[in-house]
Design a protein around this ligand. Structure first.
Ligand SMILES: *Cc1c(COP(=O)(O)O)cnc(C)c1O
Length: 222
């Protein structure tokens, strides 16, 4: 496992680990640092060490940090309610977690002077309380959101099912990406601290890492 007890060192170890992973699809992989549990100080240390892309799962937290750290790129990776749409439209660099056309329209209304890149979140579980859309409804959502001028649909996002078959989720997202966008055209946002190696093997282009980057520090601070 990873060793090293300071953040820049840990970042370099994770980067090296990702670099060494087998990539059957030859894609490039962007590491997003998920900072939802990290302090501003920890985040700033990582940024000073060269990390540019950060992700938050709560709209308000993303807005606050995007304002505080305007030189960094901010990815929205959690559920968005319509009353928080302005935070996303104004401050997100990429919005990963699009689940319905209504919210997409609400966010689009706050996008100015640019097109906001978005990904559609797929849900492979049958559970009712999970986020994302069922694979069978992805095509319809793709067409609806693609028609919104202020948004640009660039790919798909998923979280592995806690019940298992992580590999299966990632390879299904890959297949869906190929069907909707064409071979190697879709950005695939998949893989977290515990499963990013599987995601990269299945073609992930963006991996979302929280604990494996920040945890040792948060432990030390408590
Ligand atoms: C928190 C979170 C992550 C990061 O998870 P870790 O296990 O800490 O790496 C990735 N994606 C989403 C959507 C999250 O909410």
């Amino acid at each position: 496992m990873l060793t090293g007890d300071d953040l820049p060192q840990r970042l370099r170890e994770v980067q090296a680990l990702v670099q060494k992973l087998p990539r059957p699809y030859g894609q490039s992989v962007e590491i997003l640092a998920v900072s939802k549990y990290a302090s501003d100080e920890a985040l700033a240390v990582l940024a000073a060490a060269g990390q540019r892309h950060f992700a938050e799962s709560r709209p308000q937290a993303m807005r606050d940090r995007a304002v505080k750290f305007p030189d960094l790129y901010w990815h929205m990776i959690g559920p968005v309610q319509k009353n928080k749409a302005k935070y996303i439209g104004r401050h997100a660099t990429v919005w990963h977690s699009v689940e319905d056309a209504d919210t997409a329209h609400a966010v689009a209304a706050h996008v100015q002077g640019r097109r906001l890149p978005v990904l559609l979140q797929a849900d492979f579980s049958a559970a009712a309380n999970r986020h994302g859309v069922a694979p069978g409804k992805l095509g319809a959502l793709y067409r609806e959101v693609s028609a919104i001028g202020q948004l640009e649909v660039i790919g798909l996002m998923c979280m592995a099912m806690p019940e298992g078959d992580t590999d299966g989720c990632f390879s299904r997202l890959h297949t869906l990406g190929k069907e909707l966008f064409g071979q190697d055209k879709a950005e695939l946002s998949m893989g977290m601290s515990n499963d990013f190696h599987l995601a990269v093997a299945e073609g992930a282009t963006m991996i979302r890492l929280g604990r494996c980057l920040f945890d040792p520090v948060s432990e030390r601070n408590v």
